[in-house]
Design a protein around this ligand. Structure first.
Ligand SMILES: N[C@@H](CCC(=O)N[C@@H](CS)C(=O)NCC(=O)O)C(=O)O
Length: 371
């Protein structure tokens, strides 16, 4: 490792690692992926950030970055070459919207494939034990890694009822949605190289979270149908995973083939976004400015496509939606009518035009209620 290397705490099998890795790759930044074994989590991640979540990036100048969306924003500010944010403010807003959909809302269909079918459930436990124990020589730590792998897996499985995944109709919906999204992405990539045109942007990085660590790598049905039936999508995934070799030349635009995908995403997820904002509107204005935001905003009775779903809403997701809304608000007045036409067509106008009566801000890895 050289002194200039970024250190990336991430795992190939983790959902949220893929975006940050794809960003480092596409920007051609020198980095070393140092894994997520138990010693790295205890001695580096928890020590530096206060909890065990990753991805985390240790910068050569000593700065610690955490949370995929913040990491990618910070890398863009430090290294504007090979930009991942479009210059055009309408495309910026669409990129942020796609990133947020992928990170906060797609998780339900995606976790189905790892934690519901029997064969992947068992595989998942072994995979966690492998990641936590990788390179650990101390026998006590190795035993702890084994035990933690089991504990983390059962903890994740115990959360499935919270998002309805213990019920057959939501399990079926998860599979239906995943298949349709893969099919629409495949049709898009058959005509257009990347999400927003000729080269990757934040929208591609976001979709990598959705596609890589669970769907593509897990030994699950989705992984097989992507490889066998959706060759354009398969090709895009593998290119994005080694993004240093991708050209940054060409134009950015909304291709006709992106529109059906975005319409389907709004049919599937826009209600959940609106209901999350409504839960934030109900709870956050009463919170004292300057205090830490409550993690939970209560349960929302919402929908996943045409299925009813009751699930918890969080301040974190509200903050991610706030970022989308801010990106919409930053669009110059002269470009607003065209943007509103597009958003109305793809079904996200009311989410973007929502005017929250609260503001959240991140400080030292925590969310606070702003004044
Ligand atoms: N919002 C965070 C989510 C990170 C996250 O949930 N990471 C997972 C691994 S993919 C994790 O650390 N889970 C352990 C935990 O939440 O305790 C991001 O986008 O980076």
């Amino acid at each position: 490792m050289t002194l200039q290397d970024y250190e990336l705490v991430a795992a190939q099998h983790s959902y949220y690692s893929a975006k940050v890795r794809a960003c480092l790759q596409y920007k051609r930044l020198p980095y070393q992926e140092i894994g997520t074994n138990i010693e790295t989590i205890l001695n580096r991640v928890i020590t530096a950030t206060g909890n065990q979540q990753f991805p985390v990036v240790f910068c050569p100048d000593g700065t610690v970055l955490k949370d995929g969306c913040d990491i990618v924003e910070a890398l863009e500010a430090r290294h504007p070459e090979r930009p991942i944010m479009p210059e055009n403010s309408q495309l910026k807003c669409v990129a942020k919207l796609i990133e947020t959909l992928a990170d906060e809302f797609f998780v339900i269909p995606m976790i189905y494939y790892r934690w519901v079918p029997e064969e992947t459930k068992q595989w998942g436990v072994g995979m966690f034990q492998m990641l936590l124990g990788k390179g650990i020589e101390n026998p006590d730590m190795a035993a702890l890694a084994e035990q933690m792998g089991e504990t983390i897996s059962s903890e994740i499985r115990s959360r499935l009822p919270k998002v309805g995944l213990d019920r057959k109709h939501i399990q079926d919906k998860a599979q239906e949605i995943t298949k349709e999204v893969c099919s629409l992405l495949d049709k898009h990539f058959a005509k257009t190289p990347y999400m927003l045109g000729d080269h990757p942007t934040l929208a591609d990085l976001g979709i990598m979270n959705t596609m890589w660590g669970h769907l593509y790598l897990d030994p699950c049905k989705a992984s097989m149908f992507i490889r066998k039936d959706y060759l354009h999508l398969n090709n895009w995934i593998t290119n994005m995973h080694s993004g240093a070799g991708i050209s940054d030349q060409g134009e950015l635009y909304i291709a006709d083939t992106l529109v059906p995908l975005l319409r389907y995403l709004s049919d599937t997820l826009a209600n959940m976004m609106t209901d999350t904002l409504a839960a934030a509107d109900k709870t956050l204005p009463a919170a004292e400015a300057g205090t830490e935001a409550p993690a939970g905003l209560g349960r929302i009775e919402t929908t996943l496509l045409d299925a009813e779903l009751s699930r918890p809403a969080t301040s974190y997701t509200a903050w991610r939606l706030q970022k989308v809304i801010e990106q919409y608000q930053a669009i110059p007045a002269t470009q607003k009518p065209a943007m509103d036409d597009l958003l109305s067509d793809i079904g996200f106008l009311s989410v973007c035009q929502h005017q929250p009566k609260w503001r959240l801000q991140k400080d030292n890895f925590k969310l606070f209620v702003a004044s």
